[in-house]
Design a protein around this ligand. Structure first.
Ligand SMILES: NC(=O)c1ccc[n+]([C@@H]2O[C@H](COP(=O)([O-])OP(=O)(O)OC[C@H]3O[C@@H](n4cnc5c(N)ncnc54)[C@H](OP(=O)(O)O)[C@@H]3O)[C@@H](O)[C@H]2O)c1
Length: 237
């Protein structure tokens, strides 16, 4: 299936999983807008991708508004939004994690997603088949984190893990708002991928991690909305 004529914005596309999502969407025929907060890193990545660079710092209202304005001027609408930009910071234990750290993580992983989604929604409404993919993580699953048999049980990062739990609920809230429309909103878990986020300790490649986001970005009208998925299917919330 070709996706010529569709346009996608990927935040944090200059490296890691976001870069691979952008690369795969480009290969599928999508016009890729590679979002990055840093102009030189973003332009360099966009050149490698054969994509257009869009300056977007998800924590800056002005930057997000300017990106939406530019996309409207250049493309008139948006078909796919991948909220990929994210940071992972934390402390030794929840009670020893500075509040400032959690605020910083939420600014990007939670409020950043809401800000970008709301700014892009008027452009997505103009698409015949709008798709939003939120790059979440299985570490945000309440069910897995509370199951002693789950590998996630051992993790206890109050900032990052709870930011992804919030992102899952945000996904559900938007999916409920847009149920019955042509816009689908889903969350995905890339798995543990070797990227700068974790000092390249992950056992999967960024390309493998990107695959589920790409799949959800390209689902047709029979695809899910309000779901939380990885390569293996639905994940417990
Ligand atoms: N790696 C994993 O194992 C894993 C597992 C589950 C979920 N995830 C999620 O996957 C997503 C991508 O992570 P990654 O592993 O690819 O990490 P990464 O290599 O560190 O890439 C993160 C990207 O987000 C960008 N970013 C950070 N803050 C931003 C901001 N305020 N505005 C715009 N862009 C911003 C970074 O830009 P700069 O280059 O400017 O910093 C970079 O492009 C994240 O949401 C992460 O939580 C990753």
């Amino acid at each position: 299936m070709t996706h010529e004529g569709t346009t996608a914005l990927i935040t944090g596309a200059n490296k890691g999983i976001g870069f691979e999502i952008a690369r795969s969407l480009g290969l599928a025929g999508v016009t890729v807008l590679a979002g990055a907060r840093d102009r030189s890193r973003g332009e360099e990545a966009a050149a490698r991708l054969g994509a257009a660079f869009v300056q977007i710092d998800v924590t800056s209202e002005e930057s997000v508004a300017a990106a939406a304005e530019w996309i409207e001027k250049e493309h008139g609408r948006l078909d796919i939004l991948v909220n990929n930009a994210g940071i992972a910071q934390g402390g030794p234990t929840p009670s020893r994690t500075p509040l400032e750290t959690t605020r910083r993580v939420y600014d990007t992983n939670v409020f950043g997603v809401i800000a970008v989604t709301n700014a892009m929604m008027p452009l997505l409404r103009r698409s015949p088949a709008g798709r939003i993919v939120n790059v979440s993580s299985e570490v945000g699953s309440m069910e897995m984190a509370s199951d002693p048999e789950s590998p996630i049980y051992a993790l206890n990062g109050v900032s990052y893990q709870s930011s992804k739990t919030a992102l899952n609920m945000i996904t559900l809230c938007y999916a409920k708002e847009f149920a019955g429309t042509s816009i689908k909103i889903n969350a995905c878990s890339p798995g543990y991928c070797a990227t700068d986020l974790n000092g390249h300790t992950g056992h999967r490649s960024a390309e493998q991690g990107a695959a589920i986001a790409v799949r959800l970005a390209l689902v047709d009208e029979s695809g899910p909305t309000g779901a939380f998925l990885d390569d293996g299917g639905a994940l417990p919330w």
